[in-house]
Design a protein around this ligand. Structure first.
Ligand code: SF4
Ligand code: SF4
Length: 411
């Protein structure tokens, strides 16, 4: 058993607090096996959705002693939710997995690594997180990536997305639908240029953008790590978004979008910004056709979590680039929120299979585009690890729609 970020403890634990009806909903058909990245890697039934559900159910029913192996196989799951899409019995795997994972952390059968616990602690204080990450933004801005996960970009050092949106709104005065943007914790602290691009694209498309000042982390990081405190984070965002006079909330990260939908769905529709733009028909960029080719990958939390059909073709056409879906675009890239920190070797192997096509793919330059910053970090890592040996760049799809300097703040 290997686990770089989890340690197991042989101690009695409370029975799994998972409702029996949820656990017994699996009919053992096995349709989920062929889509599961950890089953495909190992061929081990225990490392499949069906196998994990069986282990959890036997433990919950008292037929299996709580042991380190169940905790190990639980920690092996990427959380990609591909099994939910494949399941004909509608087993709510993600909900069960979240409950089990948190129970394992609560009872100290698993313990998230120090980096993840620090990030989770910082994420609940967005202003502090942003301040602590200022040196990282500065290094990225000057073309120095201080960590192998960090992809190039030019984030603003001091100005927040909220302030930027306010200024741009005053100057351009769009009159269309009114939306509230979730800026996120990691996205705002480190990848702020993507938030700025999102604001520019929305305003260019006549959308009124507001950025709730009191918003905070969506809780996805805590969910991924099995850490508590998610409900408090959700309550803060419920209050922050309820104060806005808007028609819907939009997100530019598939994982955060899923978390925000769980938070607000009773009160306010939550839409992925690209799906929303697909409905309104975005302004098309005009480009000189050169050898550039864009390969589009689809985040698991967009298609399996939010149950979206994907990124609308109208949006991808509007980028003005020649584009195509990456091979196996619906398969997991191995990022899994914090999975590439917790299980780096598994994540590397999943990424190796997924990214190999880029080595011989047409296009010069080649751009890998997707709509989740954590997936972008993973795709950038493919080059750092030498899995992709030809030059390529990673971009959020919203950046490919960005009017950039054509819609700047005039001082
Ligand atoms: S969430 Fe993904 S990795 Fe986990 S069991 Fe389902 S398909 Fe496998
Ligand atoms: S597809 Fe659904 S019902 Fe079938 S084995 Fe997998 S989880 Fe169980």
């Amino acid at each position: 058993m290997t686990s770089s970020d989890h340690s197991c403890h042989d101690q009695p634990v409370a029975q799994l607090p998972v409702h029996q009806d949820l656990l017994s909903s699996c009919v053992h058909c096995g349709f989920c096996l062929e889509v599961c990245p950890t089953y495909k890697l190992t061929g081990d039934e225990n490392n499949s959705p069906r196998g994990r559900l069986r282990l959890w159910r036997e433990e919950a029913e008292g037929r299996l002693e709580p042991d380190p192996w169940t905790a190990f196989y639980t920690s092996e799951c990427v959380g990609c939710l591909a099994c939910e899409t494949a399941c004909p019995a509608n087993v709510p795997y993600g909900e069960i997995f979240e409950q089990v994972r948190q129970a394992h952390v609560d009872s100290r059968r698993t313990r998230p690594g120090i980096l993840i616990r620090l990030a989770a602690a910082a994420a609940v204080r967005p202003a502090l997180f942003s301040l602590l990450a200022a040196p990282v933004r500065a290094l990225r801005r000057f073309g120095l990536q201080p960590h192998r996960f960090l992809f190039p970009g030019q984030p603003a050092l001091r100005q927040s997305t909220a302030d930027y949106a306010r200024q741009l709104m005053q100057q351009h005065r769009p009159t269309g639908p009114r939306v509230a943007l979730l800026t996120g914790c990691l996205m705002e602290a480190v990848y702020r240029e993507i938030n700025f691009a999102t604001v520019r694209v929305l305003i260019e498309n006549n959308v009124q953008v507001t950025v709730p000042a009191a918003q905070g982390c969506c809780g996805a990081l805590h969910e991924h790590a099995g850490l508590g405190g998610v409900e408090q984070l959700r309550q803060r965002n419920r209050r922050a978004f309820a104060e806005q006079s808007v028609e819907l909330a939009v997100t530019n990260s598939a994982g955060c979008g899923l978390a925000l939908a769980k938070t607000l769905s009773q009160n306010l529709p939550v839409r992925d910004v690209l799906s929303f733009l697909g409905d309104i028909g975005p302004v098309t960029r005009t480009r000189t056709q050169d050898g550039t080719r864009v390969y589009v990958d689809l985040p698991c939390h967009l298609i399996h979590g939010q149950k979206s059909p994907g990124i609308p073709a109208a949006v991808l056409d509007a980028t003005g680039f020649r584009w195509e879906l990456a091979p196996a675009a619906k398969d997991c890239c191995g990022s899994g929120g914090v999975y590439n920190l917790q299980k780096p070797e598994n994540a590397r192997q999943i990424l190796a299979g997924k990214s190999a096509f880029l080595n011989s793919a047409a296009g010069d330059p080649a751009i890998l585009a997707t709509s989740n910053h954590v997936c972008l970090m993973q795709w950038h890592l493919a080059g750092v690890l030498g899995l992709v040996t030809r030059p390529y760049t990673v971009r959020h799809v919203i950046q490919l729609l960005d009017p950039g300097d054509q819609l700047t703040v005039r001082r």
